[in-house]
Design a protein around this ligand. Structure first.
Ligand code: G6P
Length: 622
């Protein structure tokens, strides 16, 4: 949700900023902008509506000199997407420019006060209010930029990651964070800023993740060496100097490039076998029959003492949570509830001290999930995080957790993170079940073994790609689609429908197959594609009856079936065959054709698969 980049050092800032923006475009792409203090001392701000490519085209004949700059790619909250509302925003004097990710909730009150004091505004954004407030404080109280930022941040309510430059001091960037991520990269006499480490890793692996309430003062030497206080200083909002916690980032550049695929989404779908191997590596032993999670060793008592598990998550991560619920209840006999974090945080839920709250999040930054964690923490629950982005806010806010280790996910529609989350949930459920002795040793070992076979079976499933690519054009006409599944396949039906909606803009609904007759059946006609996950499991015969109900109303059925299935072929229009596995691991396999289906339908419709309209990968506002 909005991407922030910054550079200060001895190199030209512009190419570094643009490259960084492209890496962060997954966070939002309705407008983009840069601000650089040029060689002639001017503070140049350029902004355009739309994607970063529009910005570079616009800048092609502009002064893009300067070794200090900040840049932003936006996901609109306050003010429509337009060049006017794009960041950076100037202050009235044009001495200052700011970029911001987050929401200043009390912006209207501050704006009214500033207007009453003669300040005029050029945009509809909450962000401009902040830069104007900083300038007002600087002028009124005769304070330095740092001092004015400190005062201003005491007045604002909300979430922010900000960076500000002042053309009168071209050797400094001031940045601050509260509830929105911000990383500072430390190079050789140069510094970088990013909403995550991806714009930084080309230049340095040394980073500092700002904590909530941190202000970063980043200074470099002026050419005549006048600037004595070169370096990075982290202060609290009250001005107390904080310890510099420098971390090493470990992201392989290849992981964030497309690697020959036409889209990140396709690359990420195809990476899944390898991702799941990485996810299980070091956790499942070489014999492949035993799982050990370090969290289970360190926090055995808290986890085994769980009277109830509450899963909080959003979007695709919530769907993974629904699969987790079935695993915890079936294997561990622990009651489990799955909550939308955005609802949970506002409905005064009952949370007990012996509850374990599992927060699932790919980005580790989702604002609602973070707030749900906070609430559960205040009520004394033990918090376990399942995240992908290393060092992000959620893993830092939880008591313990397990990273899914699937590598950076760039495509906005989540794919490999979903299967990584389900794999971690499966490993955790198996660990708990073994310790609680709710499954036999024999079943435990055979299940772990089967889990290790999933990457191979995924590899086999990926061979359906060509068949699905051929089928996809048939569905491009559809206005509505229905996805049906039961048991473990029901959350998958929801996930399949979400994938299609997100990237092809076709309305789709996921439904428990038997529940269809209580409503959606009324919608079925020959125009409505129905995708049924009908793998061979406990409910197989029942799902066949549900397919018959669809057929009887003229519906067109595409079924995902287990290899060797003879029955469903007879009455489905199309059949996609999957390798057999245990019922609880079926979603890991069956998610692949559903992801591919959404992908190819969206490509056929000419949609921007990796950057679907209105969406953002990391939702850091509520
Ligand atoms: C956004 C993304 C989804 C994601 C959801 C939750 O809506 O577009 O793909 O599932 O946020 O994000 P998280 O990072 O918490 O898993």
């Amino acid at each position: 949700m909005c991407g922030i980049v910054g550079y200060i050092g001895t190199k030209r800032a512009y190419p570094i900023l643009i490259k960084g923006l492209k890496r962060l475009e997954y966070r939002g792409y309705d407008s983009a902008g840069v601000a650089m203090i040029g060689d002639n001392g001017n503070l140049n701000v350029y902004k355009t509506k739309g994607k970063v490519d529009n910005l570079t085209e616009y800048c092609s004949d502009k002064d893009v000199t300067g070794c200090v700059g900040i840049a932003h790619t936006r996901w609109a909250t306050h003010g429509e997407p337009s060049a006017r509302n794009a960041h950076p925003h100037y202050s009235t004097s044009r001495n200052l420019a700011i970029i911001h990710n987050g929401i200043i909730e009390n912006y209207a009150g501050i704006k009214a006060k500033l207007q009453a004091n003669g300040v005029t505004f050029k945009s509809d954004t909450d962000t401009e209010v902040l830069v104007q407030l900083v300038e007002y404080i600087m002028d009124k109280k005769n304070l330095s930029l740092l001092e004015a930022v400190q005062v201003a941040l005491h007045q604002v309510i909300g979430a922010y990651a900000i960076a500000i430059v002042d053309k009168r001091d071209p050797y400094q960037i001031i940045a601050a964070r509260k509830q929105s991520p911000l990383v500072v990269g430390i190079g050789d006499s140069e510094f970088f800023l990013g909403s995550d480490a991806s714009p930084i890793i080309d230049y340095t692996d040394k980073v500092v993740y700002l904590e909530d309430g941190n202000i970063a003062v980043i200074r470099v030497k002026s050419p005549n060496g006048e600037n004595e206080d070169e370096g990075l200083k982290i202060l609290s909002i009250l001005g107390e100097e904080q310890e510099l916690k420098v971390k090493k980032v470990d992201i392989d550049l290849g992981q964030i490039e497309k690697g020959g695929y036409s889209h990140f989404m396709l690359k990420e779908i195809f990476e899944q076998p390898e991702c799941l191997q990485n996810c299980m590596r070091g956790r499942i032993n070489v014999e492949g029959d035993n799982v050990t999670l370090s969290a289970m060793i360190d926090y055995r008592q808290q986890l085994l003492g769980a009277k109830r598990i509450i899963i909080v998550a959003c979007g695709t991560s919530w769907h993974a949570g629904l699969i987790g619920k079935q695993l915890f209840e079936q294997l561990c006999r622990i009651p489990c509830e799955v909550e939308y974090a955005s609802e949970f945080r506002y409905r005064n839920p009952v949370v007990n001290k012996d509850d374990v709250v599992i927060a699932i999040s790919q980005s580790g930054e989702t604002a609602d999930t973070l707030a749900a964690i906070q609430l559960a923490k205040e009520q004394g629950a033990f918090i376990y995080g399942i995240c992908n982005a290393i060092g992000s806010s959620i893993p830092r806010a939880t008591d313990t957790g397990t990273y899914i280790h699937v590598g950076p996910e760039i495509g906005v529609a989540s794919t490999k993170a979903f299967t990584g989350q389900v794999t971690v949930l499966s490993m955790l459920a198996l660990c708990l079940a073994k310790e609680r002795q709710t499954i036999s040793d024999e079943l435990y070992h055979s299940m772990v073994k089967e889990l290790t076979l999933i990457p191979e079976k995924m590899e086999q499933t990926l061979k359906t790609n060509e068949q699905i690519e051929r089928l996809a054009p048939i569905f491009t006409y559809a206005k509505n689609c229905l996805y049906l599944g039961r048991g473990y396949n029901y959350p998958l039906a929801l996930e399949g429908a979400l994938k299609l909606k997100e990237i092809s803009y076709i309305h789709a609904e996921g439904y428990p197959a038997a529940e269809m007759k209580h409503g959606p059946i009324a919608l079925i006609d020959s125009e409505m594609p129905v995708f049924v996950i009908a793998t061979r499991d406990r409910l197989y015969e029942k799902v066949i009856s549900n397919i018959q109900e669809v057929r009887a109303r003229g519906g067109r059925v595409t079924a995902l079936v287990t290899e060797g299935d003879q029955q469903i072929q007879k009455f489905a229009d199309h059949v996609i065959t999957l390798p057999d596995t245990l019922e609880c691991f079926q979603p890991l396999i069956a998610s692949i054709p559903l992801q591919l289906l959404a992908y190819h339908i969206a490509v056929c419709k000419g949609k921007d698969v990796d950057r679907p309209r209105n969406l953002a990968k990391s939702v850091t506002v509520e």
